[in-house]
Write a protein that binds this ligand. Structure first.
Ligand SMILES: NCc1[nH]cc(CCC(=O)O)c1CC(=O)O
Ligand SMILES: [Mg+2]
Length: 332
């Protein structure tokens, strides 16, 4: 319902407000700037400085040194933060032991970035999937992902990240109660200023496929993640998840994936009025890249239009693999 009755045609001619670029700029309701972008970086402990990800053209698995260079690039482009996702070689096990190694890949990368570009925010993924031999985000017993045993692992992982210098820990696992467990671990260890960005409404989605290739969990993943990630039929449930995470101490929340879930972004941002982020995930990126490569979509316009959609839906910012390219298009 509009708060007023628009005058009828011909008194009202909405096209007047679209008639030239200057007036369109003047009346634009929302704006997209480099400050709205978070750049997800896939990092690895492999030998190569930069290794291409086949299903995500233009995305590379980065060594700690290359990640530090990317952080400098982000800073120079006006992108406020990067988000780290690991591809680790070596042995994996049921409890994801590698996730809590204080000298592991992610702590190394955090330190390298903080050395090179201390003014960039560093966000880390709190979840076990990149470290478990079954590719799930939690500890497995008798073929089931057990919630409470996983919480201890996540709390320790978040502490390891904060200790290495992470500014924001972002639990993406969808276990119940993990925000509280992480917040308590941070408080107890002197990290009361570390932010928590909760992947509060994370759906079980086919659009994570290319990411699982990128981090190397797709080979090992057994079954699906539907017992912990949300059913895409649901939206009211997202509000409950967000409310719980906020009450447990989350500073900001996320909806994931992005474009197919903008209705959820809108409802969450409008209902809670807290910083609400959204993730244009790997499958969205791959889908756009494939069309662009075929000449079916115009690259620059597709990037800006999809990212602007997140702002219109009420997002405070967007995680996107297009971040550096978008920042350049925005005139950074
Ligand atoms: N902790 C898991 C995690 N963290 C980020 C992504 C997906 C990111 C993307 O697709 O770009 C996933 C995938 C999953 O839940 O399987
Ligand atoms: Mg939850």
């Amino acid at each position: 319902m509009l708060p007023f009755q628009p005058a009828p045609f011909p008194l009202a001619r909405p096209r007047r407000l679209r008639s030239s670029p200057w007036i369109r700029r003047l009346v634009a309701e929302t704006m997209l700037t480099p400050a709205d972008l978070i750049w997800p970086l896939i990092v690895h402990d492999g030998a190569e400085d930069r290794a291409p990800v086949a299903s995500m053209p233009g995305v590379f698995r980065l060594s700690p040194k290359a990640a530090a260079r990317a952080a400098v690039e982000a800073r120079d482009l006006g992108i406020p933060a990067v988000a780290l996702f690991p591809n680790v070689g070596g042995e994996k096990d049921n409890v994801g032991t590698g996730a809590t190694d204080p000298d592991g890949l992610i702590p190394d990368v955090i330190r390298a970035i903080k050395d090179a570009a201390p003014e960039i925010g560093v966000i880390t993924d709190v979840a076990l999937d990149c470290y478990t031999d079954h590719g799930h985000d939690g500890v497995m017993e008798d073929g089931r992902i057990v919630n409470d045993a996983t919480l201890e692992r996540l709390a320790e992982q978040a502490f390891i990240h904060a200790h290495a210098g992470a500014d924001v820990v972002a639990p993406s696992d969808m276990m119940d109660g993990r925000i509280q467990a992480v917040r308590e671990a941070l408080e107890a260890n002197g990290f009361q200023d570390t932010l928590i960005l909760a992947y509060a409404a994370k759906y079980a989605s086919c659009f994570y496929g290319p990411y699982r290739d990128a981090v190397g969990s797709s080979k090992s993943l057994t079954g699906d993640k539907k017992t912990y990630q949300m059913d895409y039929a649901n939206a009211d449930e997202a509000l409950k998840e967000v409310a719980m995470d906020l009450s447990e101490g989350a500073d900001a929340v996320m909806v994931k994936p992005g474009t197919p879930y903008l209705d959820v972004v809108r409802r969450v941002s409008e209902t809670f009025r807290v910083p609400t982020f959204a993730y244009q995930v790997s499958g969205e990126y791959a889908m756009m890249r494939a069309s662009i490569a075929n000449g079916w979509l115009d690259e620059d316009r597709a990037i800006l239009e999809t990212l602007h959609g997140f702002k219109r839906a009420g997002a405070a910012g967007v995680l996107t693999y297009f971040a550096p390219q978008a920042a350049r298009l925005l005139g950074a």
